[in-house]
Design a binder for this molecule. Structure first.
Ligand SMILES: *Cc1c(COP(=O)(O)O)cnc(C)c1O
Length: 480
């Protein structure tokens, strides 16, 4: 611990007033000592104190440059200013990952972490985080176990597949499947399905990375079964179908169905795999939502392997799930890449708990937050909008106009990109602020509120807002 600084004991330097104040800026060592003195009770690490001191020093330097005569004219008073800035920097510093309000109108927003976990999944994560767990330990034999066994049986029950494995995300699942089954050989894919998903997942690139050679067939808008048949040769390892997820080809189109592809595969003795992307475990149309293909349907239609995400429509943690025939799953599990891509205990805890909800709960919309948000009625969203508007009016004052408007929102993450869900939003405007500035003010609130700009207006869509009470946020003091 450094000697406590007593700024008041110091005599202002002779002639300080005449000197340019920038020369009075305390050197970094004194700033660090001031930080240590001010925040000694917190026992902060040395590097963190240095970081706070540097921030404070440069804030004061900026103030000198900006305000010149307004800043203190003595070294001691300057040091006090630094100390105040250190405290401010410390108080303002928040953990880098923080909860935000998703008012974007995209329920499964990749940049906002996609699915919110169910309560049971959160409890399972906490348990696995806090205690030792039988992650790879067979309680019956006392020997080594397989972490996939924690989820395999449930995935098989839910999809009708023989076997299952899981890795970190669906991109990893596709990479693993292609590498383990087709490296050095050919994989045939329709040109209409060579998709790019946000965040640089592109089928041709993943294919190249796996060492498999992509054979494109058909045209962008139309591919026929004969295109696949003609492309099969001695080097063909797989036929692959990809769910186009985030786009649709409309008009004069035709794609080869999975059943047709499977028939060709059976005839020519070639396996067919499908990347389903979102992959629903239940029929969403039963909940009044647009229908997404079911994983179980793909298995039934003859896919040897199906890959899909854990944190899209399934509503679980980020994970890449592969279900399918035992022999192929075993080859994936035995591949060295599986070891590099395997999930940790927290993911497996959350995924297992989520799958068990699907098996043991009738009221899925009540238990799985993603489904709960997607199945909210417009009347409910209307009530949320009214409550949110009241809270925001109090927070923001009269200068802001807040109107409740009809809105359209999306499921997100590539599920049904052309299908919009009806929703309600608040449109927020201000006579002196443009939509971007209003958006920035909301991002600086605590918790940060993430809206969207639509039709030249800043909007807060209610569909994915868990609780309008969140709009009682602390807004930055200066609103301009
Ligand atoms: C979303 C998606 C992926 C990528 O899945 P991640 O879990 O984000 O890695 C791959 N393929 C399709 C078809 C998708 O929709």
């Amino acid at each position: 611990m450094a000697t406590p600084l007593k700024p008041s004991d110091r005599k202002p330097q002779e002639g300080a007033i005449e000197r340019p104040p920038i020369r009075l800026l305390p050197p970094i060592d004194q700033c660090i000592a001031a930080a240590e003195h001010a925040l000694g009770d917190y026992h902060l690490s040395r590097n963190y104190l240095k970081y706070l001191a540097r921030q404070a020093q440069s804030a004061v330097r900026e103030a000198i440059v900006r305000d010149g005569g307004e800043v203190p004219q003595s070294r001691a008073a300057m040091l006090e200013l630094v100390t105040a800035q250190v405290r401010q920097a410390f108080d303002r510093d928040r953990p880098p990952l923080t909860a935000v309000v998703n008012a974007t109108g995209v329920v499964l927003h990749t940049n906002l972490g996609r699915a919110q976990l169910a309560e049971e999944a959160i409890e399972a994560v906490t348990l696995a985080a806090r205690w030792p767990a039988n992650l790879e330990y067979d309680l019956a034999s006392g020997g080594r176990g397989d972490r996939d066994s924690l989820i395999e049986q449930d995935l098989c029950l839910l999809t009708g597949a023989e076997a299952a494995t899981v890795v970190n995300n669906n991109a990893a699942a596709v990479l693993l499947a292609l590498t383990a089954l087709a490296a050095g050989r050919e994989v045939v894919v329709s040109r209409g399905e060579l998709i790019e998903i946000g965040g640089s997942f592109r089928i041709p690139d993943v294919m190249a990375q796996s060492g498999a050679r992509l054979v494109e067939v058909g045209a962008t808008n139309r591919t026929h079964p004969r295109d696949f048949s003609a492309a099969i040769g001695p080097e063909t390892a797989l036929l692959m179908k990809v769910h186009p997820s985030n786009y649709r080809i409309v008009g004069f189109t035709s794609q080869v169905s999975l059943a047709e592809l499977a028939a060709i595969g059976r005839e020519r003795n070639i396996e067919v795999i499908e990347d389903l992307g979102s992959g629903a475990l239940i029929d969403l149309s039963a909940y009044g939502l647009p229908r997404e293909p079911l994983v179980g349907e793909s298995i039934e239609a003859g896919a040897a392997l199906v890959t899909f995400s854990g944190d899209k429509l399934l509503g679980g943690p980020q994970a890449g799930i592969v279900v399918g025939r035992r022999a192929l799953i075993d080859r994936l599990k035995a591949h060295p890449l599986k070891r590099a891509l395997r999930c940790d205990k927290l993911t497996l805890a959350a995924l297992s708990a989520t799958l068990r909800i699907y098996l043991r709960t009738r009221d899925l919309a009540g238990a799985i937050p993603t489904l709960r948000l997607l199945t909210r009625t417009v009347e409910e969203l209307d009530r949320l909008a009214i409550e949110a508007r009241e809270l925001l009016t109090v927070r923001l004052g009269d200068e802001f106009q807040i109107a409740i408007i009809d809105s359209q929102c999306e499921i997100g993450s590539g599920a049904q990109p052309t299908e919009q869900l009806p929703s309600r939003a608040l449109a927020i405007s201000h006579p002196a602020l443009n939509p971007d500035s209003i958006a920035a003010i909301f991002r600086r609130a605590r918790p940060p509120i993430i809206g969207r700009i639509n039709d030249g207006m800043f909007q807060l869509d209610m569909r994915a807002v868990n609780d309008p009470a969140l709009f009682a946020a602390d807004f930055p003091a200066r609103l301009d």
